[in-house]
Design a protein around this ligand. Structure first.
Ligand code: ADP
Length: 737
């Protein structure tokens, strides 16, 4: 691939990964040939910054320009489709394009050639004079070889043998050891479309055919893959992937998953089907792993990438298929920095690159269902689980009729079901989306609720770490002996259950059961997560007590009972202002219930609720998803909310309460006049103080046909606020904090 297109004019417009409104112009030195997409270094104030050539224009410039300092010739050019994507996204989310570019440059090392790494292996020659130190080195190497490895770095070998680096070097010089050089970023193994798969059911075959056709069309063809949990959606979209691998030898595939579903187990499933581990991309990777994926994607060699939402910003030159698995999942929405909805951007990216896009879910978002209804998206449906697996039987435990004992969180029906499951040696999952021991700490003496010092949110008690933690900001403090408000000693007490407290109850009640907590506190690292999943799969855990992290993506064949301990928790969503609270509760509870009975034994789910008549809970028990969706759709339509109308949230944050009020009022006063736009607020945000900043928020609702992004951009430009005031615009917000 040539890095150079036609050498053209004399001025380069360069976009920098900074919050700047547009690309800056630089003079191209006479001996430099530049084309759009090339990475260059340019001066910015006193510094030198790496950016991307956005356009090359004929000279001469109207005013003197600083010159481009250097072309980074080792970097693969940024594909035109990604540059278009950056511009489109920036416009859509009302962000400076440089901030979007920054998301495409998450691996700075990737712009340089891959380094060569040096390793030591056993040599053919003499070991020379055998000193005790040299013997230790050769013994250490034999030990490493015994574990099946043949390469080790010189530093590791010296450390293992407990000798100085000079001893290893001496053995290399003598020939007893040999040094080999390897590319630090080797290509990923090529996937094979004909790998091991299941014999698909008739429904699955029909669905797979539709997806294959959409891949073959080589055009923008979004399809909703709507199938109940465990119906084989993954197997079906594997067929679409295989079609790209077979029919388009250079085509690339991106599979997006919610971040916490990106486990080793999922990647191994890809490896079984395609005979090779896919490339990965998520926030938990080392700089070296990032560089490898970024470069292999850019050179078109990585065929399948499995990643989190940020993988949309990788430099795929030939992206032919995007799969968004669990498309309804809230983790596709980023609501800090550049606020975007990954699912929507996946569709935008596919449209720009004329790629196929598959949105898969058992509980698709109303937005996607509306698009399918309107004929903008195709739809395939899987109604049954393959083989003997059936959907779990869902029942309600009405907490008014069968309340738990005092200081207990498990109602009698759930306790009974757990006892039965333990007796028959089957596994159970208790789902409670609350980390820690108790979600609230109050003073028994004065009634004070403990808050973080700089944020209007309650502190959660954690017993494992013996800390009080703010889950919004991560702020932590030791639990004080005295109430900070009235000074009473030993009066602070945790109220309500978190997973740790539930585990305490389960251990006390079921003394023979092996109980384990599964939350980001106990499974924070990939290794800890893999360990819990493996022990669950091997039947070493009887009762797993988990947060959302347990609800997503796992396949535990021996799990037959799911108890949702506080099904109503999500319904209160952000103090009533969250338009998706019902939808999200329904999705999460369906998903967690769907963990039960995925193999040969039937499963059941028990939903503990104080509100059995709320539409989400009622529909869940009745197994009537479509009735629920219709009701929700009706409500949204009546109120003109998404997907029937459009919404933007604006949060204005300042150091002082008065400054926040003033800024919010002058922001609203600056709203451009337009038809079909309503402005609600400003009002104090539900989290009125966050990290010491006072927050006001307003919502902007428009009719569907209004260019909301354009409107917000004009508005933002018109209003001049003090530099210390922060304005965040969130198009189609999911967070209502
Ligand atoms: P979903 O993605 O819809 O939740 P999966 O693709 O994970 O469903 O499939 C659920 C389980 O059923 C998996 O263990 C999968 O391997 C198995 N499975 C799917 N399709 C078949 C089939 N046709 N024959 C046998 N097992 C299947």
């Amino acid at each position: 691939m040539s890095l150079f297109d036609e050498p053209t004019g004399k001025i380069a417009s360069v976009l920098l990964p900074k919050p700047l409104p547009e690309p800056f112009d630089y003079a191209i030195p006479a001996d430099m040939q530049l084309a759009p997409g090339m990475f260059v270094r340019v001066p910015l104030g006193p510094r030198s910054v790496t950016g991307v050539v956005w356009a090359v224009k004929p000279g001469p410039p109207k005013r003197p320009l600083k010159a481009v300092e250097a072309l980074i010739a080792t970097a693969p050019s940024m594909p035109g489709v990604l540059r278009d994507f950056v511009d489109r996204v920036a416009r859509y989310v009302v962000s400076p394009p440089g901030n979007v570019l920054a998301m495409c440059m998450r691996s700075r090392e990737a712009l340089l050639p891959s380094p060569v790494e040096k390793f030591i292996t056993r040599g053919q020659g003499e070991t020379g004079r055998m000193t005790p130190a040299r013997l230790k080195v050769m013994d250490a190497l034999t030990g490493i070889e015994g574990q099946g490895a043949h390469l080790v770095t010189a530093a590791d070998l010296a450390r293992l043998a407990d000798v100085s680096a000079g001893v290893v070097k001496g053995l290399v010089d003598a020939g007893g050891l040999r040094q080999v050089e390897l590319d630090a970023d080797p290509p990923f193994d090529a996937p094979n479309p004909e790998g091991e798969g299941f014999e698909l059911t008739a429904d699955q075959l029909a669905a797979a055919q539709t997806l294959r056709d959409s891949v073959k069309a080589r055009d923008f063809r979004p399809v909703l893959l709507d199938g109940i949990t465990g119906s084989g959606k993954t197997e079906v979209y594997f067929e679409a992937i295989a079609e790209v691998l077979r029919g388009q030898p250079e085509g690339q595939i991106l599979v997006l998953l919610p971040e916490i579903a990106l486990t080793q187990a999922v990647r191994e499933r890809f490896a079984r089907r395609f005979g090779a581990m896919p490339a990965e991309w998520h926030s938990n990777m080392s700089a070296k792993e990032r560089r490898r994926t970024w470069r292999e994607v850019a050179f078109g060699r990585a065929r399948i990438v499995v990643g989190a939402r940020s993988a949309l910003f990788l430099p795929f030159p030939r992206l032919r298929l995007i799969v968004v698995d669990e498309e309804h999942d809230g983790s596709y929405k980023q609501d800090e920095g550049v606020c975007y909805q990954g699912r929507d951007l996946a569709v935008m990216r596919a449209q720009l690159g004329k790629a196929a896009v598959v949105l898969a879910s058992a509980t698709p978002s109303l937005e996607t269902v509306a698009n399918a209804h309107a004929g903008r998206y195709g739809r395939v449906v899987l109604k049954a689980r393959p083989g003997v697996a059936v959907l779990p039987d869902i029942s309600i435990a009405n907490m008014r009729e069968t309340p738990p004992d005092k200081d207990s969180w498990l109602s009698p029906p759930l306790v009974k079901a757990l006892e039965e499951n333990i007796a028959s040696g089957e596994q159970s999952l208790l789902y409670l989306n609350r980390r820690g021991y108790a979600p609230l700490v109050i003073c028994k003496s004065c009634g004070e609720r403990l808050k973080a010092p700089d944020t209007e949110s309650w502190l959660t008690e954690h017993r494992y770490s013996n800390m009080l933690v703010c889950h919004l900001t991560g702020y932590m403090m030791k639990k004080p002996e005295h109430c900070p408000h009235c000074g009473a000693k030993d009066a602070l007490t945790g109220v309500g259950p978190g997973v740790e407290r539930l585990a305490e109850e389960a251990r006390a009640r079921f003394s023979t059961a092996r109980v384990e907590v599964f939350s980001s506190d106990t499974a924070g690292s990939p290794e800890a997560l893999a360990d819990i999943v493996a022990r669950m799969e091997q039947g070493e855990i009887d009762i797993l007590i988990g947060t959302q992290i347990a609800a997503k993506g796992h396949n535990f064949p021996r799990l037959t009972l799911v108890g949702a301990v506080d099904a109503d928790a999500g319904l209160k969503g952000a103090q009533g202002s969250d338009l998706r609270a019902g939808e999200r509760t329904f999705q999460l509870l369906s998903q967690v219930s769907g963990r039960a009975g995925r193999a040969d034994r039937p499963g059941r789910a028990i939903i503990q609720t104080w509100a059995p008549d709320s539409p989400a809970i009622h529909a869940l028990a009745a197994g009537d998803r479509d009735a629920f969706m219709e009701l929700e759709m009706g409500n949204r339509e009546m109120m003109g909310l998404p997907p029937y109308g459009r919404l933007a949230a604006v949060v204005i944050a300042a150091e002082h309460s008065m400054a926040a009020d003033e800024a919010a009022n002058s922001f609203v006063a600056g709203a451009p006049n337009a038809e079909g736009v309503e402005i609600w607020g400003p009002a104090p945000a539900p989290i009125a103080v966050l990290r010491g900043r006072h927050r006001r928020r307003l919502l902007v609702r428009t009719e569907r046909g209004v260019d909301l992004s354009g409107y917000m951009a004009v508005w933002r430009k018109r209003v001049k606020l003090s530099a210390s005031v922060r304005v965040t615009i969130d198009i189609e917000p999911y967070s209502f904090m």
